[in-house]
Design a protein around this ligand. Structure first.
Ligand code: ATP
Length: 328
């Protein structure tokens, strides 16, 4: 018999499509197993302020298809302080919350570890971020939806690019890793892909663009991860550089920005989020704590959060080779 009678759930850090599906799965699994469930609004800041709402199976009706997060998300500087975490603990105690499920990225997991070291409240993390940069899972909730959103946007950019014989630099999200850039670059047929992990260099970029023109391509797309600094330039500086050095090109920049986080989650993201939400509650009731739900070879696996926050998932280098071949 578990001593856990009430579980809280919240979303924290950057939002991602599928977070609602994860919330729904946590709430409904609690209802199914007859454990009370509390939703915390605005992540750790809401925990500090006691911004809580009791949730039952019906409070998550019609959210599985919605982007964003019904519990809102926030970044909380106060939770980074000892005093802030003490207030958060007092709120959990006052509301008789025994454990929590945090849906977010590695920052949110780091906060949870700090908190559990001080107050020993059991928790499980569900990886929710479009960047797919968390160690211990092949996929994070929201990543696959973001790929589709980006490919859809680049397809539209290509329509206008080819009508005007233009070159577009399209910046996509990915501060530390190039998963989104590399996969959407291949999926949308980009001429070049600039990612933090691979040093392309300006000379190679210019050569590649010259070759594209010489082969008679009517438009060119270069996908750039926001964290890429391998050329030493951001997208706007790249535009200026290419215009100066290759005046044959009419260059435009498109920064996709936050649209990549929005939209209705793909079916796979909904399924992954649902599977992880169920496991998170089951694990807490089995007495497991400080683990992250991950997916590997289509099996839900448990990774200690302390390991998950240390590493980043590695890029598949084979995709870089494939991209080089296909832009011939
Ligand atoms: P994303 O991947 O979208 O950035 P994230 O979960 O990594 O999501 P962060 O802003 O890094 O987002 O972290 C979310 C919140 O977690 C922070 O606002 C803060 O409240 C808490 N947090 C992060 N790091 C710590 C820490 N070292 N100590 C205490 N709390 C932390």
């Amino acid at each position: 018999m578990s001593h856990i009678r009430k579980i809280a759930v919240f979303t924290s850090g950057g939002d991602s499509p599928g977070m609602n599906a994860a919330i729904r799965a946590v709430v409904r699994t609690c209802a199914y197993l007859q454990v009370d469930c509390i939703g915390i609004f605005r992540g750790y800041q809401g925990m500090i302020e006691g911004d809580f709402m009791p949730m039952d199976a019906r409070s998550v009706n019609n959210i599985i298809n919605k982007g964003g997060t019904m519990l809102k998300s926030a970044r909380s500087d106060e939770f980074r302080t000892k005093a802030g975490r003490k207030k958060a603990y007092e709120q959990l105690q006052a509301n008789e919350i025994d454990a929590f499920v945090v849906i977010g990225g590695d920052g949110s997991f780091t906060g949870a570890i700090k908190f559990s070291e001080e107050y020993h409240v059991p928790f499980i993390g569900i990886p929710g971020t479009i960047d797919n940069d968390i160690w211990g899972t092949q996929l994070t909730v929201g990543y696959l939806t973001a790929l589709n959103t980006v490919v859809d946007a680049i397809d539209k950019i290509r329509d206008t690019a080819s009508s005007h014989h233009r070159l577009f630099f399209v910046e996509v999200m990915g501060r530390d890793v190039g998963h989104i850039a590399l996969n959407t670059g291949i999926g949308a047929g980009a001429e070049e892909i600039l990612i933090p992990e691979e040093d392309l260099g300006l000379e190679r970029l210019l050569d590649s663009l010259k070759r594209s023109k010489a082969r008679g391509k009517s438009s060119s797309i270069v996908v750039v991860a926001e964290g890429d600094r391998t050329t030493g330039k951001n997208v706007y500086e790249l535009k200026e550089y290419v215009e100066e050095n290759l005046p044959i090109y009419d260059v435009r920049v498109c920064v996709l920005g936050h649209m990549q986080r929005g939209g209705s989650p793909s079916c796979t993201d909904r399924v992954i989020a649902s599977r992880m939400g169920v496991k998170a509650v089951e694990w807490l009731l089995e007495g497991r704590t400080n683990f992250m739900t991950g997916i590997n070879e289509n099996i839900i696996i448990a990774t200690p959060i302390s390991e998950a926050i240390k590493g980043k998932t590695k890029l598949d280098k084979e995709l870089i080779r494939i991209s080089d071949i296909l832009t011939v």
